[in-house]
Write a protein that binds this ligand. Structure first.
Ligand code: ADP
Ligand code: 5GP
Length: 208
């Protein structure tokens, strides 16, 4: 072992999974996009969903857009690491790509809702769970309405869901407030960096 540089050490490390969770409209996708743009080694797990694509969303990039039938086939085949229903649609994390990326030593980002985060906590307790919160509930509503992708009924359901689930944030590993995107991105980066400084992984690099 001895004097390697961190870049070389990446070849030896195993990737970690980071779960980004938080109410709809808080800015998870925005924060994730910034992280991905600044670090090409990060792997974003593209989920499957039965929700129709929004304008600008591409199949295979933002989601794998599936019919309910196909989604059900993936469920039955055991292809999902987790899946859940959220405000009228199904969402799930395909297992294969996540495992492949981690074996390559890449960190994996999951943008998933809270039931899915709980399933992963049970199956993979080492996954790091980050809750992203809005600076206020009024601001959350402004963002979700401002995005203009859901009708008012869906906006209301999503806001209500966010409020209901907020108490569960206490059990997460980290809590980031997305006041400005810069600030939230900095905090998530700091969390990722710190998690790679834990003794287990570092000691394995050096050997007994
Ligand atoms: P989510 O993925 O959590 O549902 P999005 O990333 O789609 O949320 O963001 C919802 C809306 O809020 C988008 O219009 C986005 O541009 C805006 N937004 C995200 N982060 C911020 C921020 N820090 N300040 C102001 N607006 C933001
Ligand atoms: P949206 O419809 O706004 O893209 O996503 C709605 C919610 O579904 C968000 O909270 C998002 O994090 C979550 N979500 C996206 N993909 C998955 C997934 O694979 N599994 C689970 N459980 N939730 C997901």
């Amino acid at each position: 072992a001895g004097n390697f540089r961190l870049g070389e050490m990446c070849d030896m490390r195993r990737g970690k999974t980071f779960i980004i969770c938080g109410p709809s409209g808080v800015g998870k996708g925005t924060v994730v996009a910034r992280l991905l743009a600044s670090d090409p080694s990060l792997y974003f797990s593209v989920s499957a969903t039965t929700r129709p694509p929004r304008p600008g969303e591409e199949d295979g990039v933002h989601y794998h857009f599936l019919t309910r039938e196909t989604f059900q086939e993936w469920v039955e085949a055991g292809d999902f690491l987790e899946y859940a229903q959220f405000v009228g649609n199904f969402y799930g994390t395909p297992r294969l790509y996540v495992d492949r990326a981690m074996e390559q030593g890449r960190d994996v980002l999951l943008d998933i809702e809270i039931q899915g985060a709980e399933q992963i906590r049970q199956k993979r307790p080492e996954a790091v769970r980050i809750y992203v919160a809005p600076p206020s509930w009024e601001e959350l509503e402004r963002r979700l309405v401002g995005r203009g992708t859901e009708d008012m009924e869906k906006v209301r359901s999503r806001l209500a869901r966010g409020r209901e689930e907020f108490a569960a944030a206490r059990d997460f590993d980290y809590f980031v407030i997305n006041d400005t995107v810069d600030h939230a991105v900095d905090e998530v980066r700091a969390i990722m960096l710190s998690e790679h400084c834990r003794p287990g992984e570092r000691m394995e690099m050096i050997g007994p």
